[in-house]
Design a protein around this ligand. Sequence first.
Ligand code: HEM
Length: 323
Amino acid sequence: MRSLSSVKMVGGNFLSVILLMEIIVNAFIFGVDGLSMNYYLMSCPFADSIVKNTVNSALQDDPTLAAGLIRMHFHDCFIEGCDGSILIDSTKDNTAEKDSPANLSLRGYEIIDEAKEKLEKQCPGVVSCADIIAMAARDAVFWAGGPVYDIPKGRKDGRRSKIQDTRNLPPPIFNASQLIQMFGQHGLSAQEMVALSGAHTLGVARCSSFKSRLSAVDKDLDSDFAKTLSKTCSAGDNAEQPFDATRNTFDNVYYNGLQSKTGVLASDQTLYASSITKNIVNGYAFNQAMFFFDFQRAMVKMSRLDVKEGSKGEVRQNCHKIN
Ligand code: HEM
């Protein structure tokens, strides 16, 4: 009797171990949120390469759009999660996120449209707009010389896009503590926030985003660089200032700029001025490989923010409007 029950116990334990292992393996393959690297393997096997080819050929024509695609992914994920809400057009009853002042300079929408059009021809109604943005951002990073990484897929598109939600995007006047707090609300650490800010290795800011820095003496702004910024602003609020000396190349020059007090936005320079984040900046300025490693991990983490699954979302037929 006794030996029979111990056999049963051992058998039961063995089964539990197998079950546990299966759960762990599934979580690894599919991710805890149901996203997976192979999500479109059966339903749209060429989804990744269709997006990649579309992005590559668009960036060949206009390399500056790499910045636009990466920023679009960030602005999508921080509002309502990574659900393509940034792509929805305003209607007569609703002003959408994209018409918020914080989003008016977003660029690259036409690349997402082109990829979606090709995907709809190949596999209609399968690939979400949210996944297309996440893939396009990944391809833009690599195209510009940044790290190669893959992102899990399976995000559904959201049905809400409201201008008032965009107050949750960080303004360029935030200091390090405010940025840490805001990113923390999304489960991102200070280190991840500094790594993600490294996306400012690409692209430009308009004068309106930094001119408030020029009205008083700023001890965290190099005096020659202040003159450069003022000169840019003399051409008006929409005049563009590259974030670093290599605006189309994904590298760590942005962090070197912060060390020499030539960060463009107050929210860039604060990362070096603050004792909490200064050493992270120094680390990335010294070691580009470390920046690349942390950046791609943080991008994947950001790409998983509040994703919608199942009936909580849909696969939009047209990225501009809900089905
Ligand atoms: C840390 C908080 C952040 C703030 C306060 C911030 C703010 C801004 C501002 C004000 C601009 C310029 C907009 C304009 O003047 O037209 C900008 C541009 C940009 N941002 Fe951020 N950003 C932040 C984080 C991020 C993150 C996390 C990413 C992506 C992972 C990102 C990617 C970009 C890119 C690539 C551009 C250049 C866009 C272009 O040239 O079209 N930013 N950001």
